[in-house]
Design a protein around this ligand. Structure first.
Ligand code: PRT
Ligand code: ZN
Length: 283
């Protein structure tokens, strides 16, 4: 039985549970319980604050965890990063009041910076040989410059709206982050086997996100041209139609490219273009 630590509430909670659900793993909803077992997969979920997940996994109280990569780097506990999960995307950036001209990282020499991520910031400045005073605060970092607590901030940015609302401009991106699957180093063989199954299910779910299944009928003499427009993952499926001289092509395409591809296919004489949503792509 594997134990996986998930954020109990907050930005990553719902998406982590959704990933498990899409991977076919049913767990009882949180209901204020600390621990809940899956009814159809050898795993139990331990709900924690995100700050505690790296350490809990590092020392083996949980075998796996899903947490922001930023937390993994900041906490610096030995864990293995098994997989980037592509949700909870954000960046950690330096920002200063927007009316100040920014000459480059040297600006921060001798300045005070407020942050909840002192470890990442310290190593960034050490690498650049810049000496600044780091003021660690737990929350509302973005108001620090306006109340005179700091000259700039180092914080998580996603849309950038919080910075704009507080009169700040993002001047350096120090690191990119998304949710990651982490593991205790040196899991035993049986746990590694179960974790591998979990990871390959996650991979299937992630691969099918943003993809559509496209079916299109083309005159046989246009097949080659059509295949240039919709190259599939390996090779598209090609089926002869009852109507002689026509074939159907089935292919997996990025959702963002569906319209553009459909327009180009119509131009070369394709008909009956069908676009279906794709639930799973199991490889
Ligand atoms: O209670 P617990 O300790 O578990 O949660 P928490 O409050 O510490 O963390 P939470 O739930 O806010 O965030 C969990 C993780 O989500 C973070 O560690 C990041 O990996 C990821 N993430 C993704 C974000 C954001 N996007 C994000 N936008 N975490 C925080 N923010 C905040 C940021 O701190 C800033 O205040 O949103 C604001 C900026 O957002 P924009 O869109 O205005 O730029
Ligand atoms: Zn937290």
């Amino acid at each position: 039985m594997l134990r996986i630590a998930l954020q109990s509430k907050g930005r990553l909670n719902e998406k982590s549970l959704e990933l498990l659900r899409e991977a076919g793993i049913s767990v009882e909803e949180n209901n204020r319980k600390l621990l809940s077992k899956s009814s159809n997969f050898p795993i139990e979920v331990l709900y924690l604050r995100d700050d505690d997940i790296p350490q809990t996994v590092s020392c083996g109280i949980a075998d796996l965890g899903i947490v922001g990569y930023n937390e993994v780097v900041e906490r610096n506990h030995p864990v293995e990063v098994l997989q980037h999960l592509e949700f909870g995307k954000c960046r950690l950036s330096l920002a200063i009041p927007k009316y100040i001209e920014y000459p480059g990282p040297g600006f921060f020499d001798g300045k005070k910076i407020a942050t909840s991520y002192p470890g990442i910031l310290r190593s960034y400045f050490e690498n650049k040989g810049i000496a600044c005073e780091i003021r660690e605060i737990a929350g509302s970092v973005e108001i620090s410059p306006s109340i005179g607590l700091a000259d700039g901030i180092f914080d998580i940015v996603s849309s950038g709206g919080t910075l704009v609302r507080n009169g700040l401009a993002e001047v350096e991106t120090v690191m990119e982050s998304d949710a990651v699957l982490i593991a205790t180093p040196g899991l035993d063989e049986e746990k590694v086997r179960t974790a591998d199954i979990l990871m390959s299910r996650f991979t299937s779910v992630l691969r099918s996100r943003g993809k559509k299944y496209m079916l299109v009928n083309v005159p046989n003499e246009k097949i080659e041209e059509a295949l240039k427009i919709i190259p599939s993952m390996k090779s598209p499926t090609l089926l002869p139609l009852a109507d002689k001289g026509w074939s159907a092509i089935h292919a997996v395409v990025d959702e963002s490219e569906v319209w553009e591809k459909a327009d180009r296919l119509k131009k070369i004489g394709a008909e009956d273009i069908l676009v279906l949503s794709m639930e799973k792509l199991i490889i």
